[in-house]
Design a binder for this molecule. Structure first.
Ligand SMILES: Cc1ncc(COP(=O)(O)O)c(C=O)c1O
Length: 433
């Protein structure tokens, strides 16, 4: 068989492709499905919880209108699903208007469309550091600068955001929007404090920016009080929706396999997104929209979300307990009140990317932190997922991982000892000469 030179068409590829990198988890997918591997790497909801019976029922309901399910639909989505989205947003405390809802093929498409509509090459996006790798990937196609704002336990730090915006302004860089995942952020699990949500809104007004609020996890809260979305805060202070573009998804409250999400925004922005989506996929799947409509209209979807949440809480507890039991004291991690992820920070000299093959050889996997930054920060960090693996396996996975980390740390101490020894030998040598 002739050898295929994968880069044979390098001279034909668009420049934009050069800024794009494949998500580490997507690349790892094949390895991670190997039997025996405890994968704390994916971002998978537990779709096993949904059950065959419920699936059969909604399929049966949709079959009654198979002609529409199999047809093209309107670019902005079917009317019925928009009513469902209004209900879903209301249960998180956000008043949505049916006509301000725009259906997308997952929230991921929302990210891409917002990039397409707002970003010219060289524009900037302000976002959390670290941030959702899939957003970096979506934006990268439009070649922006990414300005990461560091986070603490209360999320993105507004004073640093202001500094970054002032600096960008002085340099003539046009920052177009602030991107935030306010609840149980991917990858850190950190939640943006309510006062900071208000401050971000204030900053966006001051600098005349859009806020892209990406909220896939808000309803997966295990403890603590639900916080108002930034979209709801804007409505409260301005009496309507203006600069907040809100992204929602059915991936975490129903299932990611249906690939359905939405944007809630003001009409001018929606019109531009509509044009962008026509060029991308014409419309999202009618079949998926009708399945979701059937389930959310007739079944107890809130009960299902409660079931998922209590399952994830047990798994989060198992992960936090195991981290406390096994990890060296130099390792730190976040304590998410919901969502799917914990973020661990290792000593600065441990490179989580180069450690991954060793971890996989010991049958445990995670996502190295580097992929959640546009630059090369986050090397000593890792994202750990707790939603997909049973508690016993999570415990074992963390135990294995802590062994791999200890090994690295010991290697470093051995090397330090050796170099000290080498140093004192050569000092002795020099006196002997
Ligand atoms: C923060 C964030 N935004 C968007 C997405 C994409 O979600 P969807 O499945 O709706 O495309 C994800 C998926 O994990 C995510 O974590």
């Amino acid at each position: 068989m002739p050898l295929v030179d994968l880069d044979r068409f390098d001279f034909l590829y668009a420049n934009r492709v050069k800024g794009m990198k494949s998500a580490a988890t997507r690349d790892l997918m094949a390895t991670l499905s190997r039997p025996g591997i405890i994968s704390l790497a994916g971002g998978f909801p537990d779709t096993r919880t949904f059950g065959e019976e419920a699936f059969r029922e909604i399929s049966h309901n949709v079959a009654a209108d198979s002609a529409q399910a199999l047809q093209y639909g309107p670019t902005a989505g079917l009317e019925g699903i928009k009513d469902i989205i209004v209900d879903v947003m209301a249960s998180e405390g956000t008043r949505a208007n049916q006509e301000d809802v725009f259906v997308t093929t997952g929230a991921q498409q929302g990210l891409d469309l917002v990039g397409k509509v707002f970003l010219d090459e060289g524009d900037a996006v302000l976002c959390e550091g670290p941030t959702y790798a899939g957003a970096l990937n979506a934006f990268a196609a439009y070649r922006p600068r990414v300005l990461h704002v560091p986070m603490d336990r209360a999320g993105m730090m507004p004073n640093v955001a202001r500094e970054a915006l002032n600096k960008a302004r002085k340099q003539g860089i046009h920052v177009k929007f602030i991107y935030t995942v306010p609840n149980f952020q991917n990858p850190t699990g950190v939640t943006l404090a309510v006062q900071r949500r208000r401050e971000l809104l204030e900053i966006a007004r001051e600098y005349d920016l859009v806020i892209l609020e990406d909220n896939p996890y808000g309803m997966l809260r295990f403890e603590g009080e639900a916080l108002p979305t930034i979209a709801a805060l804007e409505q409260e202070t301005d009496g309507g929706t203006d600069r907040v573009v809100y992204l929602g998804t059915f991936s975490k409250i129903f299932a990611p396999g249906v690939r359905l999400g939405w944007v809630h925004s003001q009409p001018g922005i929606l019109h531009k997104l509509n044009i962008g989506k026509q060029g991308a996929d014409l419309c999202s799947s009618n079949l998926a929209q009708m399945m979701i409509y059937s389930y959310f209209k007739h079944a107890d979807w809130r009960g299902y979300v409660r079931r998922l949440t209590s399952l994830y809480k047990k798994r989060r507890d198992a992960m936090l307990d195991a981290l406390a039991e096994f990890m060296p004291k130099e390792v730190h991690w976040t304590h998410p009140e919901g969502g799917l992820f914990v973020w661990a920070t290792l000593p600065s000299y441990v490179d989580a990317t180069s450690m991954l093959p060793r971890a996989i050889s010991r049958n445990v996997a995670y996502v190295p932190g580097e992929g959640f930054y546009a630059g090369d920060s986050g090397k000593n960090c890792m994202r750990l997922n707790f939603s997909f693996v049973e508690p016993g396996k999570i415990r074992r996975g963390i135990e294995l991982l802590s062994e791999v980390i200890r090994e690295r740390m010991e290697l470093r101490s051995d090397m330090e000892r050796a170099s000290q020894l080498g140093g004192s030998r050569s000092a002795v040598g020099s006196t002997e000469r």
